[in-house]
Ligand binder design. Structure first.
Ligand code: COS
Length: 382
C-alpha cells in the first residue's frame, strides 16, 4: 500500500540522514575489515529496511516499487555492502514467496524476513549455469512426501548468514529446460547443506557470497513454492524483473555519490592557479555524468511507476538495468579521472566505488542478458 506523502518524506529523510551521518563514516572500516558490525545490522532492522517490500500484514513496510526505488537511491549513496545486507530480504530472497508462495509459506517466512530475524538468499546460479538460467542442474527428486535436493549453487549473496534459500532445482528432465525447474524454500539448517569458503571478490567488501552445496537434502513437499512443479523458472524471471529495477535504483544512487564527490574535489583542488572545476574539459565530464545520472533516474522512476500500475515492465526493467549499471560504470570512471592520481588511491572513496560498481553490470543478469531480454521482447511484439 502506498504511504501518504508525509510518511514517505519522513522515511526518506530518516534513511538519508542515517546513510550520510551513520554509514558514510563507517565505509573505510567496512572495506578494511570486510565486516558490517552487528549494531549497524540491528539499526537497519529497527529502521525497517529488511522489510521494505514485504506487505504490512506480514510485518513489513509494504512499500510500492516507486517508494522502494526512492529508498534504494538513498542507500546507493553509500557502500553497496550495507544495501546488500538487507537487499536479498527485500528482493530476490523474499519475492518468490510474495509473488507465488502459498498462504502457509507466506505466514511462515515473511514476518521473519521482514524483521531481519531470518536472512533470505536466492540460489539460482551454479558452477555451469549462469546466464542460461533455464538449464539448472541441481536436482529435486520426489521421494514419497518429500523432495531430495542435490547440486551446487554458486556466488550466493548472503549465503553465510542465510536462514532460508529460495532454490531453483530441476524436477523435470534436462530437455524440459525452464519448464522442468521448480522453486523450493530450503531451511539453511537442514542436514546435507554445506557452505563453501567466502568468495574473494574485486570489491563490495562487507557483502558476502559463497557456494551452497546440497547433498541429499530432504525437504517436505510443502517447501515447493506455490505447491506447483515447473513454475520455478517463471518465478525466477518475475523476481529478477523486479530485482533489476532495484539494482538500477542502487546504481542511480551511487552515481549521485560519485558526482557529488567529483564536484567537491574539483572545486577544492587547484591547478594552474585556479580550481580545476573552472576548466571546461573537466566541466564536460561533470556535465556528462550529471546528464546520464538524470536519464537513469527518470527511467527508474517511470518504470517503477508503471510496475505499480501493474503494467508489464520486463523490457523496461532490463533497459533500466542495462543503462543504469553501465552509466554508473562510466560515472565512476570519470570520477577517478577527475580525481587524477588521487582517484587511484584507496584513501579516496572513488577508488573503492570504481571496483564496487563493477558488479552491478554482472549480477541479476549481465548487460548482455539485458540486451537479449530487450531485443527478444521487441521482436516478439513485432
Ligand atoms: N516474467 C514472466 N515470465 C517470463 C519472464 C518474465 N520476466 N521471462 C520469461 N518468462 C517465461 C516466458 O514467457 C516463457 O514462458 P512459456 O514457456 O510459457 O512461453 C518462459 O519463461 C521461457 O522464456 P524464454 O524462452 O524467454 O527463456 P530463455 O530460456 O530463452 O531465457 C533469459 C531467458 C536468457 C532472459 C533468462 O534465462 C535470464 O534472464 N537469464 C539470466 C539469469 C540471471 O539474471 N542470472 C543472474 C543470477 S541470479 S542473481
Amino acid at each position: 500500500m502506498a504511504l501518504d506523502q508525509e510518511t514517505l518524506t519522513q522515511l526518506l529523510d530518516t534513511v538519508r540522514r542515517y546513510v550520510r551521518e551513520r554509514l558514510l563514516p563507517l565505509e573505510m572500516q567496512i572495506a578494511e575489515e570486510d565486516h558490517i558490525p552487528e549494531d549497524v545490522i540491528n539499526e537497519m532492522k529497527e529502521l525497517g529496511l529488511f522489510g521494505l517490500s514485504i506487505p504490512e500484514e506480514f510485518g513489513g513496510l509494504g512499500l510500492t516499487m516507486s517508494e522502494e526505488v526512492a529508498v534504494i537511491q538513498e542507500m546507493g549513496y553509500t557502500s553497496p555492502a550495507f544495501r546488500s545486507m538487507f537487499g536479498t530480504n527485500v528482493g530476490i530472497g523474499s519475492q518468490g514467496i510474495i509473488m507465488d508462495g502459498t498462504p502457509e509459506q507466506k505466514t511462515k517466512y515473511l514476518p521473519l524476513l521482514a524483521s531481519g530475524e531470518l536472512i533470505g538468499s536466492f540460489a539460482l546460479t551454479e558452477p555451469d549455469v549462469g546466464s542460461d538460467a533455464g538449464a539448472v542442474r541441481t536436482s529435486a527428486q520426489r521421494d514419497g512426501d518429500d523432495y531430495v535436493l542435490n547440486g551446487t549453487k554458486r556466488f550466493i549473496t548472503n549465503a553465510p548468514r542465510a536462514g532460508v534459500f529460495t532454490v531453483m532445482a530441476r524436477t523435470g528432465t534436462r530437455e524440459d529446460g525452464g519448464k522442468g525447474v521448480s522453486a523450493f524454500l530450503v531451511d539453511a539448517n537442514l542436514p546435507g547443506i554445506q557452505l563453501g569458503k567466502p568468495d574473494k571478490k574485486m570489491g563490495q567488501k562487507g557483502a558476502h557470497t559463497c557456494d551452497v552445496i546440497f547433498d541429499n537434502v530432504r525437504v517436505p513437499k510443502t517447501a515447493l513454492i506455490g505447491g506447483i512443479e515447473g513454475q520455478g523458472f517463471k518465478t525466477a524471471m518475475k523476481v529478477l524483473d523486479r530485482g533489476r529495477l532495484h539494482i538500477s535504483a542502487l546504481s542511480v544512487g551511487t552515481a549521485k555519490r560519485l558526482i557529488d564527490e567529483s564536484v567537491r574535489y574539483s572545486t577544492e583542488r587547484r591547478q594552474f592557479g585556479t580550481a580545476i572545476s573552472n576548466f571546461q574539459l573537466l566541466q564536460a565530464m561533470l556535465a556528462d555524468s550529471q546528464t546520464e545520472f538524470y536519464a537513469g533516474k527518470c527511467m527508474v522512476e517511470e518504470t517503477a511507476r508503471r510496475y505499480d500500475a501493474r503494467q508489464k515492465v520486463s523490457r523496461d526493467a532490463a533497459s533500466c538495468k542495462l543503462f543504469c549499471t553501465e552509466m554508473v560504470g562510466r560515472v565512476a570512471d570519470r570520477a577517478v579521472q577527475i580525481h587524477g592520481g588521487s582517484g587511484y588511491i584507496s584513501e579516496y572513496c572513488v577508488e573503492r566505488f570504481y571496483r564496487d560498481v563493477r558488479l552491478f553490470r554482472l549480477y541479476e543478469g549481465t548487460s548482455q542478458i539485458q540486451q537479449l531480454v530487450i531485443a527478444k521482447d521487441m521482436i516478439r511484439e513485432a
